[in-house]
Design a protein around this ligand. Structure first.
Ligand code: SF4
Ligand code: SF4
Ligand code: SF4
Length: 302
């Protein structure tokens, strides 16, 4: 059964009820949970992607991110990897018959970054989207160490650095729109929807063409991802790591707890760091006529 794209997306956005769902409680944000029926996600189909990079440009525009030059000519925005200025990147396998791969946060069902973030700066929001609250972040960068996909980036060049990663355009979802990258893709190579419907769409595409691998990357990897991939070449060739199906949080928590054993009061340390950072941010915001510190940068409660 083929899906009408417009209705599919509309339904996904409406049914996820992102605008109507109350904010996740601070104490519950670190909970690991199974996928919910209305969890959203993206499906990337490497057989459809032509590497036009419209998604990358849209991401830069809608996130107000600067260009990055890696070529000597410095004419183009041509990032080669995720960075604090690039939330999504298109990479190529090269060669005569190249395949492309879109990288960004995977919005893990059981995210290691959330698990290690003591202050809930990274947390799951409505739709299962992993979002970031700079006002809760102390800059410890445990999330960078914990993420198996090497996604969170740190703004080393800023006086008040933040962690940068794709938040699935959560503010757009709240407004009933779809992520910027999905909206502009001319090939439906990256589409947005409810995760379980994206899985059904992936299976439909795989069934319709024997060239596809039957494996959907992200269905089970590290406990499941909300960004799913299908391809006609091995995922490792596209640069997606073979990580097994065990959720990373169990591992990272074990490591983290091992580190903490012997420390008298890690929470007190975090609290002290948080106080310093919040004071810094508050004074900075006061200078700028800023908002309540426990709101996001766009002023909305998530
Ligand atoms: S890919 Fe990394 S940053 Fe994104 S949710 Fe998973 S652990 Fe967190
Ligand atoms: S969902 Fe938004 S932030 Fe994430 S890659 Fe797409 S455009 Fe960029
Ligand atoms: S816009 Fe679509 S086709 Fe173009 S690079 Fe991005 S995912 Fe590929």
């Amino acid at each position: 059964m083929s899906l009408d794209r417009r209705n599919f997306l509309k339904g996904a956005i409406a049914a996820s009820a992102l605008a109507a769902t109350p904010a996740t409680g601070f104490t519950a944000q670190k909970e690991q949970r199974e996928p919910l029926a209305d969890d959203v996600g993206m499906l990337y189909d490497s057989t459809r992607c032509v590497g036009c990079m419209a998604c990358m440009s849209a991401c830069k525009r809608r996130n107000d991110l600067p260009v990055e030059h890696t070529d000597e000519s410095q004419l183009y925005d041509d990032p080669v990897m995720l960075s604090s200025k690039t939330k999504t990147v298109i990479k190529s396998t090269g060669g005569p018959n190249p395949r492309f791969i879109k990288r960004q946060c995977m919005h893990c069902v059981k995210p290691a970054c959330v698990s290690v973030c003591m202050l809930g700066a990274l947390h799951k929001s409505t739709g299962g989207v992993v979002v970031y609250d700079a006002n809760r972040c102390v800059g410890c960068r445990y999330c960078q160490i914990a993420c198996a996909f090497n996604v969170p980036k740190f703004e080393w060049d800023k006086a008040l650095p933040k962690i940068v990663k794709c938040e699935m355009c959560h503010d757009r979802l709240v407004a009933g729109e779809q992520p910027g990258c999905c909206e502009v893709c001319p090939r439906e190579a990256v589409i947005f929807g409810r995760r379980h419907e994206l899985l059904a769409e992936a299976r439909r595409r795989i069934k319709s063409n024997p060239n596809y691998l039957t494996h959907i990357y992200g269905e089970h990897e590290v406990g499941g991802l909300q960004v799913l991939y299908i391809s006609d070449v091995p995922f490792t060739k596209l640069g997606l790591p073979d990580l097994g199906n065990e959720p990373v949080p169990e591992l990272s928590e074990t490591v983290q707890h091992g580190i903490y054993r012997g420390f008298v009061a890690p929470v007190a340390l975090y609290a002290a760091l948080a106080t310093v950072l919040v004071r810094h941010r508050k004074s900075h915001q006061d200078d700028e006529g800023g908002d309540d510190i426990f709101h996001t940068h766009n002023g909305e409660d998530l």
